[in-house]
Design a protein around this ligand. Structure first.
Ligand SMILES: [Zn+2]
Length: 685
């Protein structure tokens, strides 16, 4: 339920305090631990040639000492290995262990230039690391091994990779990094196969020694990961999601998204949220400590979204202790309330679909812009709306996996096979609803564009073959007259028009739609200002197609979700939310009213229904799109005035009332009781 990871650095054996860390595990009530074993550096007296013992190890067994201490606390123990780099002696004896670049040169390590990058797909991992893992398991019989940076560093041109890739595919290694290149795609599949074979080998070789042990690979991102999430998570009893903290202006709910993405594929297995305590960014401040508030909101949102926390500390030597009390505080609270936090089933009816194959075969190197940003738009809209939801992997659309859901959202899920579309059709036939956007189902499972949507029958429209975008200065008309008081206009009752998205497909309706709430106001010139007037007062081109074949289907032929993520217009939020509620057409799981940005989740557990309200309201939460104002309390002011100035009184110009002012010599003191958005004090002289 609560994990602690201590990643040792090479000189820790002479600097760090083992007793402190074991005591910290005790104080934090951690019940699982991950300790550094070997790979780049061995922290025990290894007997394996070229397995580099820490130069500071002496005769000690640091790993063994930590394991002993943690065993006394009854903890579950994983040992960490990291195989991604090695040294000159290994390279001299086994040059084929080293990764080779496109020019045929062995790869130096980018950060530690005395080291070499190893090839993840050949004998270094398959033979050398397998023997390291067996040695660790034989010596310590721990509960499992955890692998960091085990999955390679891009394309390797070593002799084994050349031969293995050719033997498997008949192809030469790709020379391009274009993710959509067919040879690169073949390499990606080959790489996945190699790495899954590797995990199977590592797993079986430690289980021969300790049948109760298991391999746990480090997993990072899901939606944009180049490894198939289903195949990866099938190989481990639990999933460790390495998402250590924010980067740049990352949205504070991002860790919860990772939890939902993994839960979509792991079923009942635990999802572990690996968090860091520092601020890394690409400058890799590995020994940094960030603010307690930042650590705290990240971990709390992870727990609220069903993750078990895993605190990852690099270096046993403490350069900065400011994080210790904060993490202890969260862990102690989590232990005290464990019976309410052992989350079983999320209370949801809405699923947000994500598609790795769309990222690979349609997004390629632009997967963030062309795929992920659509999903992020919906994620933000759902959090803002306090609508509970889970994420759904597009390879798991069978009735059992969809049983909990009334409505699926398909945010530009462009790549869908015919079989997947049949599953979606069956879902709607069973009474399920869909909300789909933009190019959903326009591409087959290999990323080839179809002539028409595979889901054209559900959408009720055919693609004409034309698309438009980026559109400048285009709008959406709200057809209030045709549909007075429609719930699709909730919150937009006074809006005659709202801004459009940026990219749209031209479609022909197959039928006469009963309701056309939103119509297109086409782009018109945005300069010179004299020319900025709509050329067509009105069109009958719909921006939203609504059908009720069995369940309900809503199709936006444009990128409302992607545009929302870019611009965060409140009008788009309302249009998306109203459409989703129209599709879902049943009483909500819960409603939460009140100001602020909250990530609200609810769980059915053995002994409780547990609801989390994570308050993300914070001036730093988002960049600038305000929804509300949150009053701040009293501001006490002391102001110096010139001695001859007579003060008659003071009033607040926004609150429109007078306030008392005290004078002492040249000093005026007064209090502004509260500021919502703005207050002005006028001192009358
Ligand atoms: Zn290689």
């Amino acid at each position: 339920m609560r994990w602690m990871q201590l990643t040792l650095v090479e000189d820790d054996p002479i600097h760090y305090d083992a007793a402190f860390w074991i005591d910290y595990c005790r104080r934090t009530k951690s019940d699982g631990v991950c300790l550094s074993g070997g790979g780049c550096v061995a922290f025990y007296p290894t007997e394996i040639p070229f397995h580099h013992r820490s130069a500071f190890l002496g005769n000690r067994d640091v790993l063994g000492e930590l394991i002993d201490g943690c065993r006394k606390l009854g903890m579950t123990i994983l040992v960490r290995t990291d195989p991604h780099a090695t040294y000159d002696d290994a390279k001299e004896a086994h040059p084929d262990w080293i990764a080779v670049d496109a020019e045929g040169k062995p790869r130096r390590h980018w950060a530690s230039p005395e080291m070499w990058v190893t090839c993840a797909y050949g004998p270094y991992n398959f033979e050398f690391m397998t023997s390291v893992h067996k040695e660790i398991m034989t010596r310590y019989r721990v509960d499992g091994l955890f692998h960091n940076r085990w999955d390679g560093n891009g394309i390797c041109y070593c002799v084994h990779c050349v031969e293995n890739f050719r033997a498997t595919t008949g192809l030469e290694l790709p020379r391009t990094s274009d993710a959509k290149d067919p040879v690169h795609l073949a390499w990606q599949l080959w790489r996945q196969e190699r790495l899954f074979k590797l995990l199977d080998l590592w797993n079986s070789s430690i289980r021969e020694i300790n049948p109760n042990s298991h391999d746990v690979p480090n997993g990072g991102n899901v939606a944009l990961n180049t490894m198939g999430a289903i195949e990866l998570t099938a190989r481990a009893p639990m999933l460790v999601a390495d998402r250590q903290g924010r980067s740049g202006l990352a949205e504070p709910w991002l860790i919860g998204k990772v939890a939902k993405e993994y839960r979509a594929v792991v079923g009942d297995k635990p999802v572990i949220g690996l968090f860091g305590i520092g601020l890394e960014e690409r400058y890799r401040w590995k020994d940094s400590v960030t603010s307690n508030a930042e650590i705290r909101i990240w971990v709390i949102d992870a727990i609220a979204n069903g993750m078990r926390p895993w605190c990852s500390k690099f270096s046993g030597t403490l350069h900065d202790e400011r994080w210790l009390a904060g993490v202890e505080d969260i862990y102690v609270w989590a232990e005290k309330n464990e019976r309410y936090l052992t989350h079983q089933a999320p209370l949801v009816r809405i699923g947000l679909v994500y598609s790795q194959q769309t990222a690979w075969y349609y997004g390629g190197e632009q997967a963030q812009a062309k795929v992920e940003n659509y999903g992020l738009g919906w994620y933000q809209a759902l959090v803002e709306s306090r609508i509970p939801f889970e994420m759904v992997h597009d390879k798991l659309l069978d009735p059992a996996h969809l049983a909990a859901f009334k409505t699926l959202i398909l945010p530009n899920i462009a790549v869908l096979s015919d079989a997947q579309c049949d599953q979606l059709r069956a879902f709607v036939a069973r009474g399920g609803s869909l909300v789909a956007t933009h190019e959903t189902s326009l591409y087959d499972e290999k990323g080839s564009r179809r002539k028409n949507f595979a889901l054209a029958d559900l959408f009720g429209v055919d693609w004409t073959g034309k698309s438009e975008g980026p559109m400048q200065n285009s709008y959406i008309q709200l057809e209030h007259k045709a549909m007075p008081h429609s719930p699709l206009f909730t919150g937009l009752e006074d809006a005659p028009r709202i801004i459009n998205g940026v990219a749209r497909l031209e479609v022909n309706p197959r039928e006469k739609f009963a309701e056309t709430p939103f119509t297109l106001i086409p782009s018109y010139p945005d300069l010179p200002m004299e020319k900025v007037y709509p050329r067509a007062a009105k069109t009958d081109i719909s921006c939203l197609y609504l059908r009720k074949p069995a369940g309900r289907v809503a199709y936006f032929p444009f990128d409302i979700d992607r545009t929302f993520w870019e611009v965060l217009s409140a009008d788009h939020l309302k249009m998306m939310r109203n459409t989703l509620l129209w599709a879902n057409d049943e009483p909500p799981v819960f409603e939460v009213e009140g100001p602020g940005l909250l990530d609200v989740t609810a769980w059915r557990n053995v002994e409780s229904i547990t609801m989390h309200f994570v308050n993300l309201t914070n001036p730093m939460a988002m960049k600038g799109p305000y929804r509300d104002f949150f009053p701040v309390g009293a501001q006490k002011v002391r102001l110096t005035v010139a001695p001859g100035v007579a003060v008659k009184g003071a009033k607040l110009l926004v609150a429109a009332k007078t306030i008392p002012v005290e004078r002492s010599g040249s000093a005026l003191t007064f209090t502004v009781p509260s500021v919502l958005d703005h207050e002005v004090v006028a001192i009358e002289i």
